[in-house]
Ligand binder design. Structure first.
Ligand code: NAD
Length: 315
């Protein structure tokens, strides 16, 4: 049997994969879409991070594929419907990178509150603008979290630890879980109206596409700060830029973009009071070890025991 790793994998995970009897591993740091189509027909297993797009075409060419493994949480770079139609399992590694993403959100909130990226740039330009960089504190501010799954609930714990008030909206979460996380359950409009910071932690789907747009921003507090470390397209980028320019939104932290890599015409590149990062939410050594080891063990469990772990699809 043959396995292709398309976007690299942590060394611990590589060791696990290479120790599986009867498995030939082809581990690549990256692969061009055309090259993937040419070779995918030889492989039984494919492991990707977010860079490689596993389109219907890739799946059609992958005649022997049994499992497409995603070392991470979101599976929006994989055509799950096409995989399901072909009887191929799509497995992810939920939770393996939650802490990393939650820490990035905390970092963005601190950076926005104290204008860290602008203060740094100002000093490097030879200035000493103490007055321009008076900030605000996060303590006693209200954080509204939309989506209290693995990342949202981790973030809630961190934010409470520094004295923030945390309110949340999640239509699926039970009242017991809200209590367990110490988060006050609210409806979306109340969250918009009360939050000083709003952070999104929902999956990308038809319901969440453009969820934050001009009309939802209008329901928010003046001076709200918005953070999107979930998926591009959940926040309408042109509407967010307009709200940043008008001052309605005082700051934004964005890790994910409607088109990735982010294109030169992306409106947020020229928006004020914004901190942008190139989809690095899960890019910590620890998170990459976690998700790599999880997916390697999941492939091992299939080969050795025909066990299916963390499949996002069913037949
Ligand atoms: P999760 O499945 O554990 O949690 C998602 C939560 O959102 C669930 O509790 C669900 O009930 C809730 N939800 C679904 N639809 C909703 C809606 N319309 N309104 C409010 N809540 C809704 O997922 P997770 O692992 O916490 O990941 C959250 C997001 O972060 C996903 O979009 C994922 O792709 C993204 N992510 C980003 C990075 C990064 O590098 N920036 C890394 C990992 C995950």
């Amino acid at each position: 049997m043959k396995l292709l790793v398309a976007d690299g994998i942590a060394s611990e995970a590589q060791k696990i994969l290479e120790s599986i009897a009867g498995l030939e591993c082809d581990i690549r740091k990256s692969i061009k879409a055309d090259d993937l189509l040419k070779i995918i027909g030889d492989y039984d297993f494919l492991i990707v991070r977010s860079a490689t797009k596993v389109t219907k075409e890739v799946i059609d060419y992958g005649k022997k594929l049994k499992i497409i493994g995603r070392a991470g949480a979101g599976v929006d770079n994989i055509d799950v419907k096409a995989a399901t139609e072909r009887g191929i399992y799509v497995e992810n590694t939920p939770g393996g990178n939650s802490h990393a993403v939650a820490e990035l959100v905390m970092g963005m909130m601190f950076a926005l509150a104290r204008k860290l990226n602008y203060a740094d740039a100002s000093m490097r330009a030879g200035k000493w603008e103490k007055k321009a960089f008076e900030g605000t504190e996060l303590k006693d501010k209200t954080l509204g979290i939309i989506g209290l799954g693995r990342i949202g609930s981790d973030l809630a714990k961190m934010a409470k630890a520094i004295g923030m008030k945390v309110i949340g909206y999640d239509p699926i979460l039970t009242d017991e879980s809200f209590k367990e996380y110490g988060v006050t359950k609210v409806e979306l409009d109340e969250l918009y109206a009360k939050s000083d910071y709003i952070s999104l932690h929902v999956p990308a789907n038809d319901k969440t596409k453009n969820m934050i747009n001009a009309s939802t921003i209008a329901k928010m507090k003046n001076g709200v700060r918005i953070i999107n470390c979930a998926r591009g397209g959940i926040v309408n980028e042109a509407d967010l830029k307009a709200a940043l320019e008008s001052g309605k939104v005082a700051g934004a932290g964005v890790d994910v973009f409607s088109v990735e890599p982010c294109q030169p015409d992306n409106p947020l590149l020229s928006a004020p009071n914004t901190i942008l990062t190139p989809h690095i939410g899960a890019s910590t050594e620890e998170a990459q070890d976690n998700v790599g080891v999880m997916i390697a063990n999941q492939i091992k469990a299939y080969i050795e025991k025909k066990e299916i772990i963390n499949a996002v699809n069913k037949f």
